[in-house]
Design a protein around this ligand. Sequence first.
Ligand code: NI
Length: 140
Amino acid sequence: MKAHLTRRYRFSASHRLHNAEMSDDENRATYGKCNNPYGHGHNYALEVTVSGAVDPATGMVCNLVDLDSCVETEVLSRYHLENLNTRQEFAVTIPTTENLCIQIFDILHRRFPHAHLERVRLEETMMNSFEYAGGQELIS
Ligand code: NI
């Protein structure tokens, strides 16, 4: 009997969407204002969904303290108040919120052993959110 648990977190980071393989005109046409050379920031809302059996001893899918400490150590401390473009994982990969969502899923998939990671959902603005549930190799 499987139950799902979703926990919500917040962090802020900046990025610039720019592909070095494209001309300046192509970059502006592709990314619009997000190609501004000075970058811009977002207040991201991150939702992490895990699943598993409800432990009869604790009544929980997993301990929220474990989940919070993993997300804090592996994700929030890595990205909060950072310029995503300066991160090694975004040296080549464009730091769109799609790619950030995939990156966060891959980190938590490797680092959170206490429950099955179902899905990561990342809200970039009131109007945009992205989801990733694994199942595909990253295109490199
Ligand atoms: Ni943006």
